[in-house]
Write a protein that binds this ligand. Structure first.
Ligand SMILES: NC(=O)C1=CN([C@@H]2O[C@H](COP(=O)(O)OP(=O)(O)OC[C@H]3O[C@@H](n4cnc5c(N)ncnc54)[C@H](O)[C@@H]3O)[C@@H](O)[C@H]2O)C=CC1
Ligand SMILES: CC(C)CC(=O)C(=O)O
Ligand SMILES: [Mg+2]
Length: 359
């Protein structure tokens, strides 16, 4: 049956990187992947066109799609919109919430060719393969009450860090099941020495553990986890954590792989429908220059093939093509090092496409 794919280029570098990923998707189609691809508006561009960052038409197309490929949203042009609900980032959060995409997988894998580009010494990152499992539709990014209001003669800003047992349990199960298929180690990251919501988080993880006796569960406070990630990252296999901690830790983990431009992601709901996007933002500082790294977005297509389209062989071919291009010494500026050849966004796309087609 033909499956629908929705591409949402978004803002800033979004259109440049999704253009390259879309070429790979089209090449998969030519190789027999039975999909119908359409585009939509999300974020700042959607606000400019419709006055809403998540127009009803986009939501409708997204509901009908098995996989959504997103570039990134946001940028300084929209940072002054007073109504926060109309900001581009709220469009993205709204889409995640509407589709119930609670399970965010962020694999931090250091390609051997990029060990020199990492922020850490080669021996600390060679062979690194961590899976960060971030809860994506709850926690402080969504908790109520929230706002800015007058109290005792001054304004106060407040947000609520809230998780229910069922929200914790369902992300916990995703993480335990992934750990079973990988290195059988799960580290749950919280701040249970300070936050009640994460005392509950830790309790629920402990309660699930006996159902997964082959997985070794450990707990770590988030401040220590940030430090351990840059001290000895290979101690981790699967990390499970809440929305905000996962957002922050995955950006830190990105630098172990060489660049935030190398970190893909999958955001899944209970039915296997998924949104796939690089972990980075719209990078306004380099937008429109054809220099952004498109590999995280291209690798997000591979995740879509694996997690939503049941096409693992094509996914592996995309990953192999990326490896071949890195073997050839081609690098966008963010991952360049001595002896490599710096290429543009579109040249990197050309090279991955050629390597894919040669397989
Ligand atoms: N998923 C999304 O759509 C996200 C959107 N944002 C939004 O993006 C805008 C910019 O946010 P920032 O905090 O600056 O984060 P950012 O991730 O866009 O950029 C941080 C730094 O990383 C670099 N960078 C990011 N992606 C890159 C790539 N593919 N290749 C090479 N370099 C890359 C940028 O040039 C910049 O120096 C904001 O409006 C923010 O709200 C931020 C994070 C995620
Ligand atoms: C709009 C932001 C919450 C997006 C982000 O930083 C992320 O998902 O990593
Ligand atoms: Mg982020």
């Amino acid at each position: 049956m033909t499956q629908k794919i929705l591409v949402l280029p978004g803002d800033g570098i979004g259109p440049e990187i999704t253009a390259q990923a879309s070429r790979i998707l089209a090449a998969c189609q030519a190789r027999g992947l039975d999909v119908e691809i359409e585009e939509g508006l999300l974020g700042g561009g959607a606000y400019d066109a419709h006055g809403e960052p998540l127009p009803a038409e986009t939501l409708e197309k997204a509901r009908a799609a098995r996989g959504i490929l997103l570039g990134a949203v946001g940028g300084p042009k929209w940072d002054t919109i007073e109504d926060l609900a109309k900001r581009p980032e709220k469009g993205l959060l709204g889409l995640r919430k509407e589709l119930g995409l609670f399970g965010n997988l962020r694999p931090a894998i250091t390609y051997p060719q990029l060990a020199e580009a990492s922020s850490l010494k080669r021996e600390l990152v060679a062979g690194l393969d961590i899976m960060i499992v971030r809860e994506l539709t709850g926690g402080i990014y969504f908790g109520q009450p929230r706002g800015i209001e007058e109290r005792d003669g001054q304004r106060v800003g407040f947000n609520t860090y809230v998780y229910s047992e069922s929200e914790i349990e369902r992300i916990g199960r995703v993480a335990f099941e992934l750990a079973q298929k990988r290195g059988r180690k799960l580290c749950s990251v919280d701040k249970a020495n300070v936050l009640e919501a994460t005392i509950l988080w830790r309790e629920v993880m402990e309660r699930l553990a006996p159902e997964y006796p082959d997985v070794e569960l450990s707990h770590m406070y988030v401040d220590n986890a940030a430090m351990q990630l840059v001290r000895e990252p290979k101690q981790f296999d699967v990390v499970v954590t809440g929305n905000m901690f996962g957002d922050i830790l995955s950006d830190a983990a990105a630098m172990l792989t060489g660049s935030i431009g190398m970190l893909p992601s999958a955001s899944l709901n209970e039915s296997g429908q998924g949104m796939y996007e690089p972990c980075h933002g719209s990078a306004p500082d380099i937008a429109g220059q054809n220099v952004a790294n498109p590999l995280a977005t291209i690798l997000s297509v591979a995740m879509m093939l694996r997690y939503s389209l049941d096409a693992p062989a094509l996914a592996a071919q995309i990953e192999e093509a990326v490896g071949k291009v890195l073997d050839e010494g081609l690098r966008t500026a963010d991952i360049a090092s001595e002896g490599t050849r710096t290429v543009s966004t579109s040249e990197m796309g050309d090279a991955v496409l050629a390597a894919f087609e040669a397989l």
